[in-house]
Design a protein around this ligand. Sequence first.
Ligand SMILES: [Zn+2]
Length: 80
Amino acid sequence: MLEVNDNDMKLDECGELSAKWGYAPSEDGSAYHLDLCHDCFKFALSTLRDKRRSLAIVNKEIDLPGEDFGRIGGHAPKSK
Ligand SMILES: [Zn+2]
C-alpha cells in the first residue's frame, strides 16, 4: 500500500488503483496498489481520459471520452 501525497494517509474515503499482472513481458507477477485522495484520483482519471482521447483522435471507432469518463454511478459533475 502506498500513498501519493500527505492527504492520502488519513482518508475515510479513497480512490484505489491496483493491478496484479500475470505474465506480461515486463511485469512478470508484479502487483501494485495505490490509495488515492480525491485530488490524486482526479489526476489519474484525467490522465487516462487524455490517453483515451488521443486514441479516439486517430481511431474513429473509439468514442471521445466525456466528463463522465469512468463514472459508473452518482451524478455527473457540473460543467464549469
Ligand atoms: Zn493524494
